[in-house]
Ligand binder design. Structure first.
Ligand code: HEM
Length: 423
């Protein structure tokens, strides 16, 4: 890795206004990169009463994500701890918010279902879904990339992965947005030092959706116990490591977590890759002329416009990052989307270049102990969907006025992107 770093001394506990609130603004969500750039160049910045520190440099982000004393259990942050009554259960229920030793145990068991060989075996299924969708676009002259392409590919693969019968898949669609938004609560709440990140209505919706989805996944597990198949649920139930198995409760929460982790972010990757190609038509031409570039083009999308913009950690011990002295209990916000455009790590970072020689792996899938378990699957889905888009649609053009971003701040992505093409 060849990254220069700045060791700027931040104004510790300066208590400046929290710029993360601005990131949640709908107008900013369309292009948060100028603000993210400013935050990165400001160096480590303490906000709120100094208990929350923002980091945006590539090297700092990478070090934080790999740091053993910076934990993921943001449910333990004072504000969240007091708010979430069943804190213990909630923290124990999602691998995202777990720390050792529980984290390592669950991760080992879940990872067994995502080996490169298993991921590769999904190619025919993804291709079948994508082929079916492009068959429907034939002769139409326009499509909305998110609901017509990115979403069905992502939900179709989750459905296949979990072995969910076709007639039960629409239900998942309805839950997806709320489930994804609700997982932002412990991170955003801790980072903003407030609980009213969401409206009362939203919070009560999260509760009902969480209950309905958990009940559904518990029932699915029950069915697979009776009739095991080739799906992930059956393999999670059977997976054993060092004599350990996931309990039925753990499998339920793993399914809920995987559903959220896998679906929204992959939808975002496919749509942001297509948007970047449409806005940089020379890059679309480069991809058409050399289809093998697709792997690099997907990596470049993950760097340039990543589906997950930030992660949150909590300091468990005194530690210094980028010249900033963190105290136990400090909340650390890792702005991966800022680090991915750090000029110390990438030449011309604001340029989208499908042929870029990526020397520093982007922060898009995180790093260290919590590195994304589904990165291989997400990349394969994006490669197949974006290749088909580049190869099969003639003269595609984005309707910029149709662009809408979802409400999410952590997992940021498009809701609508209309494209016209020659039928
Ligand atoms: C483009 C798509 C995706 C992106 C950008 C993405 C990004 C991430 C990131 C940044 C993390 C680390 C979070 C942190 O450090 O706090 C993560 C973790 C995780 N991802 Fe993904 N993800 C994607 C797709 C998927 C898919 C398809 C799956 C599963 C099928 C998946 C499963 C997971 C799991 C289980 C974790 C938690 C790992 C742990 O805590 O040890 N992700 N992902």
């Amino acid at each position: 890795m060849t990254v220069e770093t700045t060791e700027k001394k931040a104004t510790q506990g300066s208590g400046v206004g929290n710029p993360l609130r601005i990131l949640m603004d709908h107008e900013i969500r369309a292009d948060p990169y100028p603000l993210l750039g400013k935050l990165r160049e400001a160096g480590p910045t303490a906000v709120e009463d100094g208990s929350v520190v923002l980091f945006g440099e590539y090297d700092h982000c990478s070090r934080i994500l790999r740091h053993r004393d910076l934990g993921s259990d943001t449910f333990a942050a004072p504000l969240i701890k007091d708010f979430v009554a069943d804190n213990e259960d909630r923290a124990a229920s999602s691998i995202f918010f777990m720390d050792p030793p529980g984290h390592g145990r669950q991760r080992k068991l879940v990872s067994k279902s995502f080996t490169p060989r298993i991921v590769k075996s999904f190619r025919p299924q993804i291709t079948r879904i994508v082929d079916g969708l492009f068959e429907e676009f034939r002769g139409k002259g326009e499509l909305d990339v998110v609901p017509d392409l990115a979403y069905p590919v992502s939900i179709g693969i989750i459905g296949d992965l979990f072995g969910i019968p076709d007639d039960e898949r629409d239900m998942l669609k309805g839950w997806s947005d709320d489930l994804a938004l609700s997982t932002e609560l412990p991170s955003l709440g801790a980072a903003l030092g407030v609980l009213n990140v969401f409206t009362r209505d939203e919070i009560s919706r999260f509760g009902s959706v969480a209950m309905a989805s958990h009940a559904y996944f518990a029932d699915l597990i029950h069915r697979r116990r009776k009739n095991p198949g080739q799906d992930l649920v059956s393999s999670l139930l059977a997976t054993e490591s060092d004599g350990e198995r996931l309990t039925r409760y753990e499998v339920t929460s793993v399914l809920a977590t995987l559903f959220v982790a896998a679906h929204e972010s992959t939808t975002n990757l496919i749509s942001s890759g297509i948007l970047a190609l449409l806005r940089n038509q020379d890059q679309l031409t480069a991809l058409r002329e050399n289809p093998d570039v697709i792997t690099n083009a997907v990596d470049e999308t993950l760097r340039y416009d990543p589906p997950v913009h930030l992660a949150v950690r909590m300091a468990r011990a005194e530690t210094t990052i980028g010249g900033y002295d963190l105290k136990p209990g400090n909340i650390v916000v890792v702005l991966m989307a800022a680090g991915n455009r750090d000029p110390r790590a990438y030449a011309d970072p604001d340029v989208f270049d499908v042929n870029r020689k990526i020397t520093n792996v982007s922060l898009a899938f995180g790093a260290g102990a919590h590195f994304c378990i589904g990165s291989g699957l997400a990349k394969l889905e994006a490669e197949i969907a974006i290749s088909a888009f580049a190869e099969r649609l003639k003269n595609p053009e984005a309707d910029e006025s149709s662009l809408r971003y979802r409400r999410h701040t952590v997992v940021r992505g498009l809701d609508h992107l209309k494209v016209s093409f020659l039928p």
